[in-house]
Design a protein around this ligand. Structure first.
Ligand SMILES: Cc1cc2nc3c(=O)[nH]c(=O)nc-3n(C[C@H](O)[C@H](O)[C@H](O)COP(=O)(O)O)c2cc1C
Length: 216
């Protein structure tokens, strides 16, 4: 009887020990997935449209720019030019000029929100121009931008891609600002990105998962 009880207890112990080991493995592989910092950074990024006034640190900007130019590009042609504007006066003038331009283009918007800030109060504005003679320049510049957004998010720095203001800068009225960027011949402004410390915490925008289909 004693031998039977011992055998039963021993078997039960082995079973519990094996089960515990299995549970531990599942938990550790799960936690490995959820603690993947790249995935977390991608999922936590949002377009930020309200910023604190203080400037980001130069070393943070450095990392963001470095990550940008480490993006892949077709044949490694790096067909981008990146310009950083941090002067408060320049950003404020750009905003005023943009508002005046918009009022002329769309008179119906003329008395919309008087203190509208197209840069959302962000202290840093990065402009990205692409080489129009390079077939994949738009893709390459998009990758550069996404690298910058994710690098910024990884340091808790907010960002927002800006397309609207680029239309103004590329218009005849935006010529003097455009000239100040000293872009090489054949380069055209593609997109802008504002950066700064976040003053809001927006929810994630919905995504349409049905856009993805696995074929066979
Ligand atoms: C090419 C491009 C242009 C954009 N232009 C603007 C813009 O001019 N103003 C703005 O507030 N957001 C702009 N956005 C941000 C999008 O509205 C935003 O990415 C989208 O609504 C999804 O939200 P999320 O970035 O928070 O995930 C732009 C985004 C991209 C990719």
């Amino acid at each position: 009887m004693l031998r039977k009880s011992f055998f039963f207890l021993f078997t039960a112990f082995i079973l519990v020990a094996c089960d515990a080991k299995q549970t531990e493995q599942i938990e550790s592989s799960d936690s490995q997935q959820t603690s993947n910092v790249v995935v977390e950074t991608i999922m936590n990024r949002r377009s930020i449209r309200s910023y604190k006034p203080e400037q980001i640190k130069p070393e943070e900007l450095d990392v963001i720019l470095k990550c940008g130019i480490n993006a892949p590009s077709a044949r490694n042609r790096q067909p981008w030019e990146v310009r950083v504007i941090q002067s408060k006066e320049t950003l404020s003038k750009l905003n005023t000029d943009y508002i005046n331009y918009t009022k002329i283009q769309n008179p119906e918007l003329a008395d919309r929100v008087p203190d509208y800030d197209v840069l959302f109060g962000a202290p840093t504005f990065i402009l990205i121009a692409g080489d129009t003679t390079e077939m994949y320049a738009h893709n390459d510049c998009g990758m550069l931008v996404q690298n910058m957004l994710l690098a910024a998010e990884s340091m808790q720095i907010g960002s927002c891609v800006l397309g609207g203001i680029i239309r103004y800068i590329n218009s005849p009225q935006g010529q003097s600002f455009r000239d100040s960027l000293l872009l090489p011949k054949n380069y055209s402004l593609f997109i802008g990105v504002v950066l700064g410390y976040k003053a809001e915490k927006p929810d994630a925008k919905p995504r349409n998962a049905s856009k993805v289909q696995i074929i066979s």
